[in-house]
Each structure stands twice: as C-alpha cells, then as structure tokens.
Design a protein around this ligand. Structure first.
Ligand code: ADP
Ligand code: TRP
Length: 339
C-alpha cells in the first residue's frame, strides 16, 4: 500500500541503554507491531537520549544493534516501517533547539522522570538529562507524528510535547504541527518488578530477579518467575482484593498481556488457586512468547551488516521527511536563508 495514503503517522523511540526487558516489550515494542498496518510508522533507536547519562561508546554501538534486532524480531517489518537511528538524522537536534526556545522552564521543572533520575544529585547530572523531554518532543514533531505509542511512564513527556505544539502553533499563528495523541495500552501500561509489585520493572533495579530480559534463556525465565514475590495466601476470591496484592496483579497482567487475553478472564481462571499453579502456567506462557523473539534476535545480532543496512536506509528515509518539516519551521520562524 502506498504509505502516503495513511491517515496519520506513528513515531516511537527506545533508548539503547542495554538490557531490554519484558516491560519494554509488553509496554511498548509489542504494541508498535499492529500500528504499522494502519499508519506510516517510524521506530527510532534514540541514542542521543541514551547519552544523557554516561554510555561507554563500545557498549552504545552494541546496544543500538540490540534495539534494532528487538524491533525486527518482535515483528516490526523494515519493509513496512522505518527503523532508524536518531543521531543520524541531525534535523532532530536542529528542531530541538528551536523547541528549547518555545518550552518554558516551569514546564520542564514539573517533569517527574527528571526528578526520579536526578534524585538528590540534581546539581551533578547532565544538562541533557534536564532538556531530555524537549528532544523527545522534537523526535515526534520533526515527523509531524499524530500517534505515539509508549508505556505509561512517558505520558507526562507526551503532555509536554502537546503543550509545545500548542504554543508553537499559537506563537507563529499557523497550524504547522498536528496535536500528537499518546497510545498507551491499558493492559500492559506498567509492568512491575518481580521482587516488588509497587516498583516498575526497570533495567536500573539492582536485583536481576526483578526483571525478565528479552535475552534470558528458558531456564532463566523459569527461575525468575519461580522466585517472584507472592503472598502467603492463595489468590483471592474477588478481583477487588487484587488492589492490595500488587505482585499477584502483576503476574496476572503479564499473563494476560503475553496471551492477548482479557485480564478478568485470566483472573477467573486462577481465583482461589495457589500461586504455584499460576507460576507454572506463566512460565510456559512467557517462554512461548519470548523464546521465538530471542532466537530471532540472536540470528539478527550475528548479522551486523544486515542490521546496519536497515538502520542506514531507515535514517535516509526518515531524513527525507524531517528535512521538509525543518524547512517549514525555518520558514515560519524567520530562520531560513535570506537569499
Ligand atoms: P527504561 O524505562 O527501561 O529505561 P526506555 O526508557 O528505553 O526504557 O523505554 C522504552 C519504552 O518502554 C517506553 O515506551 C517505556 O514507556 C516502556 N517501558 C519501560 N519500562 C516499562 C515497564 N516497566 N512497563 C511498561 N512499559 C515500560
Ligand atoms: N523517552 C522515551 C523513554 O524513555 C524514549 C523516547 C525518546 C521516545 N524519544 C521518543 C518515545 C519519542 C516516544 C517518542 O522511553
């Protein structure tokens, strides 16, 4: 189908910071796949975001390949979607500067991700970590993206992007940018740690048992699910009781997201039953979902030239769109050439 006939454009990004986990897959990457049938879609390996905290250059290159391999192994088809590398399309950073001058300090000061990541160390973190959401707005706006699939933790950054779009269009009295809509899959918006159901599954957790990696083998998956924290009592009779049982809720969420089943239906199957029954089945469900992806990732990672080729040609395709939008921005802002 000719991509120009699509009714909108999807863009999302994943950081190559190493260690993609089940939360990244169920909360984000898995949901990218069906969108490529409906929208022109761009999926970006956001290396410029990754370097807001220190990255060893050698690891960064390997981690970029890992994200590209995970995209393709999960079902993103490079013939249907543009898979590319953020730093290879300099228009992202060119637009980001303009947006730095549109966004207000007060807006950025509200960003909770910055507060979480900077912690008590506010004076010592990079300036890039602070302006990170503006670069993210630029990633979206440089393609005039209309839909942005992300996990729930990114919702606030999307709201900031919407504020920037509105102010830009207002300041220059022209509808240059469409208003981007977040797409947050309710079913797996936030996958929690296997060790603590109140904390999100994250690569920065010190316990390896808190997360399942996309590269974990079947034994590792089984071991981590067996060790996952649960309550002493069996699963409850009523679904409402799960509100006070975050670990149980999380295991059921993972089950329903992997199987594409309704959460309530999965709950009914396990109500009043022992956690060992749920865990045994969940091991099978997660292995069924992840092992073909892992096998495919291993094959792709062995073929570095192929992955590099996809990223290079994707970056050229992305740049064709980005150049036009940047020109329009330079035209309306008076930044274009005077000749
Ligand atoms: P991380 O948050 O692990 O550093 P990224 O920032 O690269 O990873 O996130 C990539 C995508 O994965 C984003 O859309 C983010 O919302 C999603 N994501 C990350 N962790 C989770 C989680 N625990 N549950 C659901 N989605 C998540
Ligand atoms: N900030 C996102 C995250 O940490 C990654 C990201 C960068 C992104 N640019 C984006 C997501 C643009 C969606 C759209 O997960």
């Amino acid at each position: 189908m000719n991509k120009n006939f699509f009714s909108g454009r999807v863009l999302s990004g994943v950081q190559p910071t190493g260690g993609l986990h089940l939360g990244n897959y169920l909360g984000a990457i898995k949901n990218f796949v069906p969108l490529q049938e409906k929208f022109q879609s761009l999926f970006c390996v956001v290396d410029l975001h990754a370097i807001t905290v220190w990255q060893d250059p050698k690891d960064l290159i390997a981690n970029k390949c890992e994200v590209a391999a995970a995209f393709i192994a999960s079902g993103i088809d490079p013939k249907k979607s543009i898979i590319f590398n953020q730093s290879q399309v300099p228009e992202h950073t060119q637009l980001a500067w303009v947006l730095n001058c549109i966004a207000r300090m007060g807006w950025l000061n509200r960003m909770t991700q910055f507060k979480d990541k900077a912690g008590k160390n506010k004076e010592k973190v990079s300036v890039g970590l602070y302006t990170y959401p503006i670069l993210m707005a630029s990633d979206i706006m440089i393609y005039k993206a209309t839909h942005v699939p992300v996990g729930e933790d990114q919702k606030q950054h999307l709201e900031l992007t919407r504020d920037i779009v509105q102010k830009f269009n207002n300041d220059f009295k022209k509808e240059v940018f469409p208003m981007p809509e977040p797409i947050i899959m309710k079913s797996a918006a936030r996958i929690m740690s296997l060790r603590d159901g109140t904390k999100k599954m994250s690569k920065s957790d010190i316990s390896e048992y808190s997360r399942i990696m996309l590269t974990d083998n079947n034994d590792e998956i089984a071991k981590k699910i067996k060790k996952a924290k649960t309550d002493a009592m069996p699963l409850p009779e009523n679904i409402e009781e799960l509100e006070n049982m975050p670990e149980a809720k999380n295991l059921l969420t993972i089950y329903s997201a992997c199987e594409n089943k309704n959460f309530d239906e999965v709950f009914l199957k396990y109500q009043n039953r022992n956690f060992s029954d749920l865990k045994e089945d969940l091991i099978e469900v997660v292995i069924n979902k992840l092992s073909p992806i892992r096998e495919e990732m291993i094959k792709l990672l062995d073929n570095h030239d192929y992955l590099q080729g996809i990223l290079d040609s994707g970056s050229l395709d992305a740049q064709k769109i980005a150049k036009k939008v940047l020109k329009e921005v330079y035209d309306v802002t008076g930044l274009n050439s005077v000749s």
